[in-house]
Design a protein around this ligand. Sequence first.
Ligand SMILES: Cc1ncc(C[n+]2csc(CCOP(=O)(O)OP(=O)(O)O)c2C)c(N)n1
Ligand code: SF4
Length: 286
Amino acid sequence: MLKLKDYHFQEPTWCPGCGLYSLFSVLKKVAFTLEIKPEKMSIITGIGCHGRLNSYFNAYGFHSLHGRVLPIAQGVKLSNTQLTVIAVSGDGDAYSIGLGHFIHSLRRNVDMTYIVANNRIYGLTQGQTSPTSRMNFISQSTPYGSKELPLEGPLMALAAGGSFIARGFSGAPQQLASLITAGLKHKGFSLVEVLSPCVTHNKIDTYKWFKSHLIDVDSDPNYDPTNKNKAWEIFSRHGDKLPVGLIYKETRPSFEELSLPGRKPLAFLDITPEVGKIEKILEKFE
Ligand SMILES: Cc1ncc(C[n+]2csc(CCOP(=O)(O)OP(=O)(O)O)c2C)c(N)n1
Ligand code: SF4
């Protein structure tokens, strides 16, 4: 019988007050509630402050390369379809260097969950402007203010054929837990963006600012997350307000269902590595 503390591997060293603490605590609770065994879970992270999450969590994990979380996570899932695979990125990791992978993963629809901790800044590298930073945002990399429009991850996900698109806020852990739970239960690629303040480098997008700029679609009885038109509308209707909740969901076959029927994933094949052959190939590179 697993206990909540069984999911905790190490005490985090993020800055006190960082939004990532809430995400870490929510993820542990969700895994515990769904009774996912640590050895049946794989958490793949990118490079950034978010990237430390997998080393604090007791599960299989891979602290990967900047922007390359998704190819690795999809590879893990397709090699062992019995694993619960969760990828975690920052907004830089996901929407800057990793943007190509983001778009193609949405249309591919591998059954996994992608959490993007959006603090609207590059945290680890000490506070540069990111693709989600607002116009005129002043940082080391844009001392005269950013002159580029910010990207909206969930909106791009909608355009790219995402089958499950949600956004939570680290200041609302209960809602975040229910969104991640629903994402994990979804049969296909689920995106859960988390508005997650960086209290050290971003003094503009604070808990207070986010809290007063959220539009919670979950609490609107007229909002239908299966209606794509409504999802488009919610982004265009409210100026600088940010939709949170389950924004869009559709049912369609996952990539595995379409590409692996009747075939065993790699992890279940009886493969004996032919060491001699590999050594011969390696000789060519000596
Ligand atoms: C290929 C490559 N380019 C650039 C970097 C430098 N770098 C490390 S983390 C990072 C951005 C971090 O921002 P984000 O992904 O939003 O994560 P956060 O730290 O905010 O969690 C960058 C540019 C790198 N490690 N590798
Ligand atoms: S620098 Fe920002 S994102 Fe990184 S741990 Fe500190 S508060 Fe969190």
